[in-house]
Design a protein around this ligand. Structure first.
Ligand code: GLC
Length: 436
């Protein structure tokens, strides 16, 4: 059994740390301007102008079942969908605002279609819910808000009542966690402080503003097992490093305990559909990100930003295909796996994962080592070795393998695997070691 123990939390993370790989979906009105989901803030767009996107939002090609099939094929086991992003537009039929998809040409409850389709494919369901809201009349203007440069911005804030907004969030979270069956993850986003450069009358926002304790209590009373992230500023089940690869298992900043964590990453630089964004990650990077994450005991939430017409554009499709092709043959080194026990050291250019029952060790060859792979301290511990993608045996010798490093290094504990000189046709080949 894995010796790593994580900090105890209220939600059920057992399935989560087994499943390891999920799909993030950022979809909203910002898919029409198609230049980042923060476009309303970045360009300080007026309500009137932004309303054009509301008027013309028509995802005529949206087929949630197709999305669900693609997520499943890519090896993803759960999906987190933006029920509401910072722009404030609701992708579900809520009683508490008219600013919702059912009032656009879309004319249907998109959260419902997402939920039904993904559940039918056997995936678990998560909702992203933005704490920030650049449409709600009670959300106070701050340094991120699109109205921040209005001459009367300070004046406008006088009529904005955060308490009313906090209640609105509780009401909507209640709808989301009542009307759509079992929900596995609630992904809040996000708390922040005021930068020194922002005017005095503006403020950051955190747990007290969100009335986060109440909000979380409401969520837990409706879905006791749900996994909640930490971005309300109250520690819950999940730490969420964003757009970077942690170099070690994420720890609680105060207690130092290991925590359940999930890296979230984009295929390119934007979460929402961004037509002209060119920084798409290479197939090698995509696979390495997934492996890196699991090798540090984490999950990966990989984002897709669908077009306003409701489909994944060709670049997102290609990226998903990369995962599908690799996961079809190699998912055993991901599902039910975690960071390898400290006794196992990854050779140069490799990453290790180990099954949570401790019985199998996986070597991911990021750099293909030509013919021999030397593994220190593994002699006597391996019963059988094979490539994972095709289940073909790889031969190994132990202790004094008659290998050229003998006499140069201490070889007592050395295990040397002989590999085919030509790299197999797999982006990142994996060697599966069955331990004794
Ligand atoms: C950030 C961004 C946001 C994105 C999120 C995903 O906090 O504000 O646009 O949804 O990260 O982690």
């Amino acid at each position: 059994m894995s010796s790593y123990v994580t900090r105890k939390t209220p939600g059920n993370t057992e399935w989560f740390v087994h499943d390891r790989f999920g799909m993030f979906i950022h979809w909203g009105l910002y898919s029409l301007p198609a230049r980042h989901e923060w476009v309303k803030s970045r360009e300080c767009i007026s309500e009137e102008k932004y309303d054009k996107y509301f008027k013309y939002f028509n995802p005529d090609l949206f087929d949630a079942r197709e999305w669900a099939r693609k997520a499943k094929e890519a090896g993803m086991k759960y999906a987190v969908f933006t029920a509401k992003h910072h722009e404030g537009f609701c992708m579900f039929d809520t009683k508490y605002t008219d600013y919702k998809c059912t009032n656009t040409p879309a004319g249907r409850d998109l959260v419902r279609e997402f939920t039904d389709a993904f559940r039918a494919e056997g995936l678990r369901i998560g909702f992203y819910y933005s704490l920030i809201d650049w449409h709600h009349p009670d959300f106070p203007i701050d340094h991120y808000h699109p109205r921040r440069n209005d001459k009367d911005a300070k004046e406008q804030n006088k009529s904005r009542d955060m308490k009313k907004y906090a209640k609105y969030m509780r009401d909507q979270v209640t709808e989301l966690l009542t009307n759509y069956g079992k929900i596995d993850i609630l992904w809040f986003d996000f708390s922040y402080s005021k930068p020194a450069t922002a005017p005095e009358w503006m403020s950051g926002k955190g747990k007290d503003d969100w009335e986060a304790e109440e909000l979380i209590k409401t969520a837990r009373s409706l879905q006791p097992e749900i996994i909640i992230n930490n971005r309300t500023q109250i520690d819950q089940d999940l730490w969420t490093p964003e757009q970077y690869q942690p170099q070690e298992w994420v720890r609680h900043p105060e207690t130092g305990e290991l925590v359940v964590w999930e890296a979230c990453q984009t295929f390119s630089g934007s979460w929402g559909y961004h037509r002209d964004e060119q920084t798409w990650k290479s197939p090698q990077m995509l696979i390495e990100m997934l492996v890196n994450t699991v090798s540090m005991g984490g999950n990966l939430l990989m984002n897709v930003g669908p077009t306003s017409r409701g489909y994944f554009d060709y670049r997102a499709e290609n990226a998903l295909r990369v995962y599908a092709d690799w996961m079809k043959y190699n998912s055993r080194s991901i599902y039910g796996c975690t960071m390898a026990e400290p006794e196992f050291k990854a050779p140069f250019g490799c990453r290790l994962t180990q099954s949570q029952d401790g019985k199998r060790l996986y070597i991911h060859l990021f750099t293909y080592p030509y013919k021999f792979l030397e593994l220190k301290d593994l002699a006597g511990k391996v019963d059988y070795a094979q490539f994972l993608h095709d289940g073909s045996e790889v031969l190994f010798k132990e202790k004094h393998p008659g290998h050229f490093s003998e006499g140069q290094t201490r070889s007592d504990n050395l295990l040397v695997i002989t590999l085919p000189e030509v790299k197999p046709n797999v982006i990142v080949p994996v060697i599966e070691l069955f331990l004794k």
